[in-house]
Design a protein around this ligand. Structure first.
Ligand SMILES: O=P(O)(O)OC[C@H](O)CO
Length: 462
């Protein structure tokens, strides 16, 4: 029954040329809005527990267990959901995951014992993490079916901004929930789950109405025909491979295009290393800034320390826009070279973040560096999914992006949170910075090993 519900729609009879010219741009606008708003919605109900970590009556270890469980579930689900999504109707898949995740968050908020029991909470967050994995793959499918090779970086960048907007708005929604619930702290915390849950359920319904699966499902030609001018002679082999892959089963695709794909494996390893940097810096920034100078921190107030989190995310928005532009214009679609440039900057900024003198009088420098770090890390984060999609035929885009997501979360985010936490407690901040530095250098090597020059446009003026 589930298979039937998710099955991709058939091809509709081709519309007239005039209709195609009129409707293609409209549908493209619709689907980019849908995947942007949709993925932003997923972020509204993804990290509420981290946002509330100062409010929930739980220890850091308990919160660590809950969030780590959800990262692992999310990482595994991203690949499994990618496999399913590549054979599913994104008009259903994208809003369905959002709706179910919204419902789980409503349950967390309204079932009295969930947020007071670590184990119940962990179970609900495991389910939530799994459902969250349904957000990215249908977006990847949308991107490869509705946007041509050369313009994909532009639309991919726009789409990626959704996670920063989502991340920035999520605390406001949780805050609105807190405000709705009067003075009882427990009721407040519960409302911080159910309120965003209700919001995303409504968003899911709207997305269902604006999302469309593929151009052919609404009577339009495939994107390669619509934007035929931007395809080169040398793209033909890839296009033929794309067409052949559509006819293959998912098992065949995995065997042929995913498992033996060395470049995809290097790129997935790169993903894990970049996520050590992303989550390692963002999740420990409030603590690092607020830790006393004697204990190796920066010695500023806890509230100001939390501000560091937002500065990092804000920098991320600028960084993705810049990295998208640099990749398209300067590096002719070479995502690995763009990553190298960004990661070198990250390493320099990490040294500065570590060595800038501690104390409130230097706080402004810490924040400036964090904006820079957000900017230099989010470009490479964005490239993780976008590049994975380029390395396989269109029919495997969700699975490839999903696989790198699995590496990012199971291998990266968990190390960044749990392992770095243990390192900080036992060996100090200096060792954590050394781990970040080694991760950055290893990420540079892996992204260079993943480089596929046939995907670059050095031979053409843009
Ligand atoms: O929400 P994430 O961490 O799975 O983000 C997707 C990334 O932008 C992948 O490139």
């Amino acid at each position: 029954m589930f298979k039937k519900l998710l099955a991709p729609p058939g091809k509709k009879p081709r519309l007239s040329d005039a209709e195609v010219a009129r409707k293609y741009p409209r549908y493209r606008t619709q689907v980019i809005i849908s995947i942007f708003v949709g993925y932003m919605g997923y972020y509204f109900v993804r990290n509420t527990t981290s946002i509330l970590s100062g409010i929930l009556k739980m220890s850091a270890t308990e919160i660590g267990i809950i969030t780590c469980a959800s990262y692992i579930a999310y990482g595994v689900s991203k690949f499994v959901s990618g496999l399913i999504s590549d054979e599913s109707n994104s008009k259903i898949f994208l809003p369905l995951g959002l709706l179910l995740s919204g419902i789980i968050n409503i349950f967390i908020g309204v079932i009295p014992s969930v947020i007071t029991s670590v184990w119940l909470f962990t179970i609900f967050y495991l389910i939530n993490g799994w459902l969250q994995g349904m957000g990215w793959p249908p977006g990847a499918r949308t991107l490869v079916y509705w946007f041509g090779n050369k313009e994909r970086i532009t639309y991919g960048t726009i789409w990626n901004l959704s996670h920063n907007f989502g991340g920035a708005i999520a605390p406001l929604l949780a805050g609105a929930g807190l405000a709705l619930a009067g003075n009882d702290p427990l009721a407040q915390a519960r409302a911080a789950y159910w309120f965003p849950g209700v919001v995303v359920c409504i968003m899911a319904v709207i997305i269902y109405f604006i999302q469309e699966d593929t151009p052919e499902s609404v009577g339009l030609p495939p994107i390669e025909e619509y934007r035929s001018k931007e395809y080169r002679e040398s793209d033909n082999a890839k296009l033929e491979e794309d067409a052949a892959a559509v006819e293959m089963s998912m098992g065949e695709i995995v065997k042929k295009y995913i498992l033996p794909n060395t470049k995809l494996m290097w790129s997935s390893l790169y993903a894990a290393l970049v996520y050590i940097l992303r989550y390692g810096i963002v999740s420990w920034t409030p603590k690092f800034l607020a830790t006393s100078i004697q204990d190796g921190g920066k010695g500023i107030t806890a509230a100001a320390g939390m501000g560091g989190f937002s500065f990092f995310e804000l920098g991320g928005i600028a960084g993705m826009l810049i990295a998208g532009w640099v990749s398209a214009k300067l590096f002719k679609n070479s995502k690995p070279l763009t990553n190298v440039a960004c990661l070198i900057l990250t390493l320099v900024l990490l040294v500065a973040y570590w060595f800038i003198p501690a104390g409130p009088e230097y706080m402004i420098w810490d924040f400036a560096i964090l904006i820079g770090l957000g900017a230099s890390i989010y470009g490479p984060v964005m490239m993780v999914g976008l590049y994975a999609m380029e390395l396989v035929p269109k029919a495997a885009a969700g699975a490839a992006a999903g696989l790198s997501g699995t590496f990012s979360y199971v291998g990266g985010a968990t190390v960044a949170t749990l392992v770095i936490g243990i390192i900080v407690d036992n060996l100090g901040w200096g060792v954590a910075f050394i781990v970040f530095g080694i991760s950055g250098i290893a990420a540079i090597i892996c992204t260079l090993l993943s480089r596929d020059k046939s995907l670059e446009y050095w031979d053409e003026e843009k």
